[in-house]
Design a protein around this ligand. Structure first.
Ligand SMILES: Nc1nc2c(ncn2[C@@H]2O[C@H](COP(=O)(O)OP(=O)(O)OP(=O)(O)O)[C@@H](O)[C@H]2O)c(=O)[nH]1
Length: 148
């Protein structure tokens, strides 16, 4: 049942959020498994994925290092943040907004005629959408940090 639902979701979704707990190695292993399944079933289509390491407030019991999360995200080319849902909703919200921006940019690109897809204007437009070209100067200078 779980597997059938999972693959149904994988088929129709454009964006994915995979959450593990930094104090639970099995949840991190499950996150790796899910990223792997996404790649197997979605590629070569582009899809936006957000990997979230939750419970960063429990640093004293941490089992999954920040580097491990970062390496995993690099391996699968997805966004990565560590957050604490218990302590700071703003961080979770920022991460989701970042995923939504990427998803919208991908949809924009999909809607363009094939000839224009590789145009410089299109690329800069998409990058602008992802990295908030229309945001204020102050926001633009900031690079997203891993822990929010
Ligand atoms: N310290 C801490 N606890 C958290 C955080 N996020 C969730 N929790 C706690 O973790 C427990 C599980 O949270 P749920 O919201 O039920 O998450 P879930 O994914 O449904 O977890 P499971 O029920 O274990 O599958 C709850 O006791 C939450 O209060 C966090 O960022 N920090």
């Amino acid at each position: 049942m779980y597997t059938t639902c999972l693959y149904d979701h994988i088929r129709w979704a454009d964006a994915f959020v995979i959450v593990y707990s930094v104090v639970d190695l099995s949840s991190f292993n499950e996150a790796q498994y899910l990223l792997d399944e996404l790649s197997k079933h979605k590629l070569p289509s582009y899809f936006a994925t957000l990997l979230l390491g939750n419970k960063r407030d429990l640093d004293h019991s941490r089992i999954v290092a920040v580097d491990a999360g970062q390496e995993l995200s690099l391996r699968f080319g997805c966004q990565f943040y560590e957050v604490s849902a218990a302590e700071n909703f703003a961080g979770v919200s920022l991460a989701f907004h970042s995923l939504l921006r990427e998803t919208r940019a991908v949809q924009l690109l999909r809607g363009l005629p094939i000839r224009r897809k590789l145009g410089v204007n299109s690329v800069s437009k998409v990058l602008g959408t992802i990295f908030g070209k229309n945001s204020s100067k102050r926001d633009r200078k900031k690079r997203p940090s891993l822990s929010i």
